[in-house]
Structures are given as C-alpha cells and as structure tokens.
Design a protein around this ligand. Structure first.
Ligand code: UD1
Length: 430
C-alpha cells in the first residue's frame, strides 16, 4: 500500500494550481442520468472518487469520453469529459458499488425522475458517523415516490411514471439530499419548493448545470429553491467550480509552515469564512485576478475558536486541517464540530506528532505547542489524512502518512503540488 513520506520544516513558496471540486463534479456527473443527450463537463478533477463514479454510471449505461489532452497545468490537470446516458440499461445501483462511495446513492433522484423506478443499495456506515438517508427518502416521498426498503435496497417507483412537484421543508440542512431533490424535481410535474435547502457553492454549480440543460430553477444558493418541472432535459456544457476544500487545505498548510503561495484559480467567495479565520490566525490573504495569495512570514499563529456549520459558515471538511494548524498556535483554541458526530479521528494521530488536544463532546480543545515532531501516522478519512500531511510539513523530521488511498479520493496530485512549492514530500509505493 502506498505511503507519503514528508520531511518537515520547509516554508512553502510558489504557485499551486487549484483543481475542479470533487464535491461539485460528482453531482454534475450524476445529472448526466437526467438526459439522453450529452452532458459535457469541463475541469473534472482526476481523482479516485471520480473514477469510481464513472464505473457506477457505466453500470447504468452511461458512456463517457475524455476530450483531448489534459488541460494546461494552470487548471490543475483537470479534464473535460462527455457523459452520455442515451440508453439507461439498468436502474439498479448494487451494494458492491454504492458501498464504496456514499455519493453514489444520489443516482436515486435522476433514475427515479427519468425512468420512473430505481433500486439503490443503502450506502451503509461510514467512518465519520452514521450518515443516514432519511431526508432523501422523506423528500422523494413528498414528490410522490413509493418507497420500499428490502434486503438493504431502497426500491423506488413513481405512481404514474412521473414525480409530482410539492413543497418540502428539510428538517436538517443536507447537501446530498438537496442535490437529489433538485435533480428529481427538475423532471417532476409542476412546481417544487425546497425550504431549508443547503446553500453550498456545489448546489449552485449543479443548479447552473440543470438550468443549462433546460431546467427551471430559482433560488439556488439561498435556503429556498423553487423548481418548475419540465418534461425533458437536454445536453449542456458546464464547468466544475474550483475546489474550495483543496483551496482551504493549502491555505492552511501555508499558514502553518509559513511562506508565500499563490493558489491559482481559487475563488475567495467560495470559502470566505475560512479565509476570515485564517486572517485572524495571522495569515495574510490577498485575492488577485489569478487566485488567492496566502502569506505568513515571521508572525506566530494566533489561536482562534471555530465551529463548523453549513455554508456560508466554516466547513466541516476543513475542520481537521484547521485543527492541524491550531496544534502550533500560541495558546488554546476550541474547535466544535456540529455536522458529523465522530469526526475527530485525526486527534489521536495529531497527538502522535506531539499535539496537545483534549476532547469534550463535540468540542476539541487544542493547546498549541511550539513544535511538532515527525512520526508514522495513518488516517481514517480523506480530510483527516490531509490534516496529517499539513502537520507533517510543519513538524521537525520525518512523517509517513499511511493509507494514502484516502488522499487519492479527493486531492489531485497532492505530492506534486506541494513539492513544487518547496516541500519535501514523496510517495512510496508498495
Ligand atoms: C457532503 C459532502 C461532504 C461534506 C458534507 C457536509 C459531497 C460528496 N460530500 O456530504 O464532503 O462533509 O456535505 O458539508 O458533496 N443527514 C441526515 N439524513 C440524511 C442526510 C444527511 O441526518 O438523509 C445528516 C448527516 O448525517 C450529517 C448532516 O445531515 O450529519 C449533513 O450531511 P450532508 O450535508 O447530507 O452531507 P453529504 O451530502 O453526505
């Protein structure tokens, strides 16, 4: 199994190209199921999760082709891919595929809306909490779906071949359930109003895609989304937004090691709350035409308290990385996780590098230390893994991060991007 070896202590300086967002690319790819035309997606990152979803969509009959050569480095190697779901050959998403990636459950929305039926495996447990699907099911029922759960599968059918628009108030903000209901409602009969909808930039990117395909959607990016259902959707060409989590991750790496890095292609509006927090810690953040410039020279890292919450607040997907940064702050900080229970798996591993962290319910109290020391570590999820990489870059000596497959799910060419800025980081195979 591959490992990442880091020798810490170097400041980061140079340019890091920001890739297309994994969490935007996945729902956009799934939207290809809604039409028998070709959906062309630009700036799709080259990641294990994207490859896995291509396999899952292929199982339903979606063909894909990659356009030309990789785009220039500025775009972070991301690609333009055509998806064509001309013939849906299978409306079942089997356990073997869905259990590998939770977001693949989202195919239930477009399959049901276009084909009138879908049989999708329940995604099962996950390292960062139970992550149920009750909101997806409740919302689809409100749109007129008949649902049965049998043998670990959700079997969904429409009554007369079509979903029916309705009003649904999410009892809790869910990114995935908002994606799914927005896709499903696009082909429903009549108007759907989604209230307490997620406002994440990835929702806006999906809405832009659906509108380009002929859907009638208003209010994406606010808590109330209104969708007038149409009978059919067409193909379109849509660009995946830059990855705000990758942006925030590298910004935190620079804030921790010190240095001066241009995050090329990054958009500040996608992660303003995280950038504000970084400024409070002492980093200099400058938005430019090229992207976001992050600098920290000399000054210590000030401790800042953070609470994760749905967009536009501080994202849960940057919580682990921020904790990495706070381990070297000049004082105590409190980091509270409100989205997922059990998302503190990185705490024990950061402690192996010398961090002082105590847990009290959903809050981690981080007592900053003046230095960390390299050690072998491993992580149990994507964002936790990358927090260990950041801490390793700032630690004295050698850190090896095991179970690199987590990183490959969500970070395109991580070692290459960081070593291009002066970090000593390499992948060791086997
Ligand atoms: C998405 C992101 C993930 C991010 C998360 C929160 C993708 C591919 N993944 O995950 O990186 O961490 O948003 O920003 O975009 N919940 C329920 N019932 C449901 C659905 C969700 O209780 O039916 C709960 C979840 O357990 C969690 C909370 O709602 O506590 C938010 O989850 P949700 O926004 O749905 O996360 P995902 O869409 O899975």
């Amino acid at each position: 199994m591959d490992r990442i070896r880091i020798v810490g202590g170097n400041v980061l300086a140079g340019t890091i190209p920001i890739s297309g967002a994994k969490n935007a690319a996945l729902p956009l790819m799934i939207a290809s199921l809604l039409t028998d035309d070709t959906l062309t997606l630009e700036n799709v990152p080259h990641l294990a999760d994207v490859e896995q979803l291509i396999r899952i969509l292929g199982n339903h009959g979606v063909d894909y082709s990659v356009n030309g050569r990789r785009e220039k480095q500025q775009e972070g190697y991301s690609r333009t891919i055509n998806f064509s779901a001309r013939n849906i050959v299978d409306t079942t998403a089997p356990y073997e595929l869905v259990s590998k990636m939770r977001a693949s459950f989202w195919v239930i929305g477009p399959l049901l809306a276009r084909m009138g039926e879908a049989k999708v495996s329940l995604p099962g447990g996950c390292a960062i909490g139970t992550r149920p699907v009750d909101l997806f099911l409740e919302g689809l029922q409100v749109l007129g779906a008949e649902l049965d759960v049998d043998n670990g599968y959700v079997i969904a059918k429409t009554r007369n071949g079509r979903l029916i628009g309705n009003r649904y108030v999410f009892p809790k903000v869910s990114v995935g359930a908002t994606h799914v209901l927005m896709m499903a409602a696009s082909l429903a009969k009549g108007e759907t109003v989604l209230e307490n909808a997620a406002r994440e930039p990835e929702i806006v990117n999906l809405a832009e895609c659906l509108v380009a395909m002929g859907a009638k959607i208003h209010g994406a990016g606010t808590g109330t989304i209104t969708i007038q259902g149409v009978e059919a959707l067409s193909g379109a060409r849509v660009r995946v937004i830059p990855d705000r989590i990758e942006t925030g991750t590298y910004a935190m790496a620079v804030a921790m090691t010190g240095g001066d890095v241009m995050l090329a292609g990054a958009r500040p509006d996608l992660l303003q709350s995280a950038l504000d927090v970084l400024v409070e810690t002492g980093a200099e953040i400058t938005p430019t035409n090229e992207g976001i410039r992050v600098k920290r020279n000399g000054a210590g890292i000030a401790p800042v308290d953070v609470t994760t919450a749905p967009f536009p607040a501080f994202p849960t997907d940057l919580q682990a990385q921020f904790m990495g940064l706070m381990t070297m702050a000049s004082g105590k900080s409190r980091i509270t996780e409100t989205i997922f229970e059990n998302r503190f798996m990185h705490v024990q591993e950061l402690a192996r590098l010398g961090a002082h962290i105590t847990l009290s319910g959903q809050t981690a109290i981080v007592d900053g230390v003046s230095k960390l020391k390299g050690a072998p570590v491993m992580a149990t999820d994507l964002r936790a893994s990358v927090s260990l990489v950041i801490a390793g870059l700032a630690a004295e000596g050698e850190t090896t991060v095991n179970r690199v497959y987590h990183l490959d799910r969500g970070f395109e060419r991580l070692e290459e991007k960081l070593s291009g800025c002066g970090a000593v980081i390499e992948r060791i195979s086997g």
